[in-house]
Design a protein around this ligand. Structure first.
Ligand SMILES: [Fe+2]
Length: 133
């Protein structure tokens, strides 16, 4: 998924020459599948740290992170809807900007989410091994 995100950032970045709409759409569809799988796996298997579920403050943070998945997925679906509208026609500069802005908005929210998940896992590990005690 990191590779797909990196390719999307590049294709929708400010310095990239105009890519074909179908190319962006194919990439976003692939990313959509991977994103759904990524969230489903996290929700099915949790964050792999029992300490998170044993500590009330961590388990509530984990639950609120889990609830963000549906929101992030909806935001990403909004990106693919914009791309779908442009798939078979010439996109104006404004339309391409709208797509890029929507993608970067999702990307920023997703990266923030991932970084808070990573911090939660680190916190759980530190609590478990007693770092800072
Ligand atoms: Fe997550």
């Amino acid at each position: 998924m990191r590779d797909l995100l990196a390719r999307c950032r590049k294709l929708l970045g400010p310095n990239h020459e105009t890519p074909r709409n179908a190319e962006i759409m194919d990439l976003l569809e692939e990313l959509c599948d991977q994103l759904g799988m990524h969230f489903a796996l996290e929700e099915a298997f949790g964050y792999f740290e029992d300490a998170i579920y044993e500590a009330p403050q961590l388990s509530s943070a984990a639950e609120s992170l889990r609830q963000e998945h549906a929101v992030l997925f909806c935001v990403f679906c909004g990106v693919t809807e914009i791309a779908e509208r442009l798939r078979y026609r010439h996109a104006s500069v404004r339309q391409r900007q709208e797509l890029a802005e929507a993608f970067h908005c999702f990307d920023a929210a997703f990266c923030d989410h991932e970084s808070r998940e990573a911090a939660l896992i680190v916190q759980a590990i530190q609590d478990e091994i007693g770092v800072g005690d």
